[in-house]
Ligand binder design. Structure first.
Ligand code: NDP
Length: 281
């Protein structure tokens, strides 16, 4: 299934329901060290042409991400920056505080996107209200959630003032969750994938080698192109400039409907990370 949305180049965007343009390819930074490693990764990405960086307070590298942004030659307004409120900081007041702390660490005065990192039971509804408040104060251009299954989203949709703009989920050929994708689309919630490479594991499997050969592309490039053609924003992580560059070299080919159906058909419910209905952190 491909979407009507056109895929053009590395600076291309999908529009969120409030009109904010979200670059559909970004750099992930989970497990990138908060030292020269993440500074260099962010600088390389921005130099190559990425305009979207994903971090979180839980990654403990917001300072490095902020430094990379500052040391780049790209102006703040051109970059889409995401962070997330960690589980231990959820609840109304604690979230407001955590948001300020993230901004301080990043050295920024606003975020493009702030996400509820996980649906902590008994807490996430209050956390969402804090995000709505920050959004109304124009400290964030868009607000969203992460790791929210359909029933979590339904709970939020029941009495929210602002419908979440984004749901960031584990998504790769072994975990497609098409029903959830469709539900998000019906509710104008942009789907965003984390661990598009299953943290590298999917690149070692034999799954898409034929497709890679057919298109003269790498397996990583096939998978990222599949994300975008399904209307999913992708944030592959790498700390190597060469890989960051090759992960963005996905704008000179197109997957057919059959290619997409093949990749969709690899779904087997296999997770790399925790189950959003059963986590204990
Ligand atoms: P990915 O699926 O993006 O895989 C990253 C791994 O793949 C790294 O080991 C990287 O190694 C390697 N890699 C990257 N590009 C290539 C390539 N072209 N060829 C070979 N190997 C490659 O995993 P992540 O879990 O990092 O997910 C992406 C991002 O999603 C995170 O960084 C984070 O920003 C976000 N995330 C969000 C979560 C949430 O709960 N909301 C949970 C997990 C992630 P190397 O760096 O050495 O190049």
């Amino acid at each position: 299934m491909s979407t009507n949305r056109t895929i053009t180049d590395l600076k291309g965007t999908f529009n969120l329901h409030n009109g904010v343009a979200m670059p559909y390819l970004g750099l992930g930074t989970y497990q990138s060290d908060n030292d020269q490693q993440v500074v260099d990764a962010v600088k390389s990405a921005l130099e190559i042409g990425y305009r979207h960086i994903d971090t979180a307070s839980a990654y403990k590298n917001e300072e490095g991400v902020g430094k990379g942004i500052k040391e780049s030659n790209v102006s703040r307004e051109e970059i889409f920056i995401t962070s997330k409120v960690w589980n231990a900081d959820q609840g109304y007041e604690a979230t407001l505080k955590a948001f300020d702390e993230s901004l301080n660490r990043l050295g920024l005065d606003y975020l493009d996107l702030y996400l509820v990192h996980w649906p902590v039971p008994e807490k996430y509804a209050e956390t969402w209200k804090a995000l709505e408040h920050l959004y109304s104060e124009k400290k964030i251009r868009a607000i969203g959630v992460s790791n929210f299954l359909k029933h979590h989203l339904e709970e939020i949709l029941k009495d929210c003032e602002v419908v979440p703009m984004v749901n960031q989920m584990e998504f790769h050929p072994h975990l497609v969750q098409q029903d959830l994708l469709d539900f998000c689309k019906e509710n104008t919630i942009q789907y965003e994938s984390w661990s598009p490479f299953m943290q590298g594991k999917v690149l070692e499997l034999d799954l898409c080698n034929d497709l890679a050969k057919k298109h003269k592309k790498s397996v990583a490039q096939i998978i990222l192109r599949w994300n975008l053609q399904k209307g999913v924003v992708a944030i592959p992580k790498s700390v190597h400039a060469k890989r960051i560059k090759s992960n963005a070299d996905i704008f000179d080919f197109e997957l057919s409907k059959e290619d997409i159906a093949f990749l969709d058909g690899l779904e087997n419910g296999q997770r790399t990370g925790p189950d959003p209905d059963n986590f204990n952190f």
